[in-house]
Design a protein around this ligand. Structure first.
Ligand code: TRP
Length: 430
């Protein structure tokens, strides 16, 4: 299957904390599993620009980025098979954020849940509407829109609290496409219904904000100690226990097979002591986590290696982002002054346009083709060693018109004189 027909799946992880069992069961494990599906193309990234919105401790951002990256890889994400990168290694992301900012209604952002929650809190406290609200928090959905639209993601697996952000990204994409032509894919949120919400130590949802988490890769002794701290009722050993509402049981279920779960339910009915049940839980989790823990530690101890993996991922991501950003800049009018479109009527920009399409072939080389408004291919390049070389040739063709066709003919497939006239015509309206 070629990359064009594969579904693009993209998701980001904000780098503000240490991954815990809830993150593992709810996000990491299902995502790593889904990333192995050969009919999808996975893009997974560390949303460290988003982290700055919530966190002003540089050391924590850095540490969290390392821990999350190491967790995903130790949990089986294969950076060779997917594109795994750090948001801040892609300068095109903030660049696209600005283009999207300019097509996003301020009113749309006013309605974002996270921003509204801050405003409501301020009103309740009798404070100014925007007290302590940064423009970063306000702009959060636009940055997220850029993350998603940059890579033309079809599907975005997220938690329920993020659905609105995906809808906003769709709005931004539609507005932009309407104004400047069909450049963006409209993304869809994917909510994993079957994934259990993991309860934390106190029985509420496991979450950093409740301070009730069990770190994913804590040393085994520490994990055992934390499991011992999970709340239970005060029933003595020998007394039958109920599985319903038992955090311990629910956590066990998230790791165990159906048979194992049934066996624990039977043990509950038979009056297993809480100490023994906790030991069973620890052993079951550790059986899954222990082999990964070793790789996690190795990665944590070698941050330079982690940097290398992430930079290689960014390189891969930018093979797409760089030419796409060039296309978008051109679309909005940030383009060479010599480009003949400078004199075209502005209305022209709203109908289908001839365009250059850049892509990479299996031979590893970079190509472009020039298609007219109906999608007919008029010109086909030979292979270039880098996307930059291909892009420069495109820029020259745009700037030079007919003259460029002759001067650069050594970089192009042969062109008949009839097609040549069409190309010149199309270059002019571009
Ligand atoms: N906002 C997301 C969260 O907090 C993280 C994120 C940033 C994201 N950019 C994204 C998720 C793009 C999906 C797609 O969970």
């Amino acid at each position: 299957m070629t990359s064009k027909t594969r579904t693009r799946v993209l998701t980001g992880i904000t780098t503000t904390g240490t991954p815990h069992l809830g993150n593992y069961v709810g996000a990491i494990r299902p995502t790593v599993h889904a990333s192995r599906d050969a009919s999808t193309d996975g893009f997974y990234f560390l949303a460290d620009y988003h982290a700055l919105i919530k966190c002003d401790e540089p050391a924590r951002i850095q540490r969290s980025t390392l821990e999350i990256a190491a967790s995903w890889i130790a949990s089986g994400l294969d950076p060779e098979k997917v594109t795994f990168y750090r948001q801040s290694d892609i300068p095109e992301i903030p660049e696209l954020t600005w283009l999207l900012t300019c097509v996003t209604g301020k009113g749309l952002l006013n309605r974002a849940h996270a921003y509204k929650a801050s405003v409501d809190k301020n009103h309740e406290a009798g404070k100014d509407t925007d007290a302590d609200v940064t423009a970063g928090l306000f702009m959060y959905p636009v940055l997220m829109g850029a993350d998603i639209l940059m890579f033309k993601a079809h599907k975005v697996p997220v938690g329920r609290d993020q659905i609105q952000h995906i809808e906003m990204a769709r709005d931004m994409a539609s507005s932009f496409n309407h104004l400047y032509g069909e450049h963006f894919v409209l993304p869809e949120a994917v909510i994993e219904e079957s994934v259990a919400l993991l309860p934390g130590l106190d029985g509420r949802k496991m979450s950093k904000s409740y301070d009730n988490t069990i770190p994913l890769f804590a040393p085994a002794a520490q994990m055992r100690k934390q499991i011992a701290a999970i709340v239970t009722d005060s029933k003595a050993p020998g007394e039958p226990k109920t599985t319903e509402g038992s955090a311990l049981f629910q956590i066990y279920q998230a790791f165990a097979s159906a048979e194992e779960t049934a066996a624990l339910a039977q043990a509950y009915a038979d009056g297993i002591g809480w100490g023994d049940a906790k030991q069973m839980l620890f052993e079951r989790i550790d059986r899954e986590i222990a082999p990964m823990r070793e790789q996690y530690q190795a990665l944590i101890n070698n941050p330079a290696q982690m940097d290398k993996i992430l930079l290689a991922g960014a390189d891969k991501a930018r093979q797409l982002a760089t030419p796409f950003m060039r296309e978008l800049r051109h679309a909005v009018g940030l383009r060479s002054l010599a480009s003949s479109a400078a004199t075209a009527a502005p209305a022209d920009t709203k109908v289908a346009q001839p365009s250059f399409k850049q892509y990479r072939e299996k031979d590893g080389l970079f190509y472009f083709k020039f298609v007219d408004a109906k999608g007919q291919v008029l010109m086909q390049s030979l292979g270039f060693d880098s996307p930059k070389a291909a892009g420069q040739t495109i820029a020259q063709l745009q700037a030079m018109g007919a003259e460029g066709l002759s001067a650069l003919s050594h970089t192009l497939e042969p062109i008949s004189s009839e097609i040549r006239a069409q190309i010149v015509e199309n270059l002019r309206i571009l």
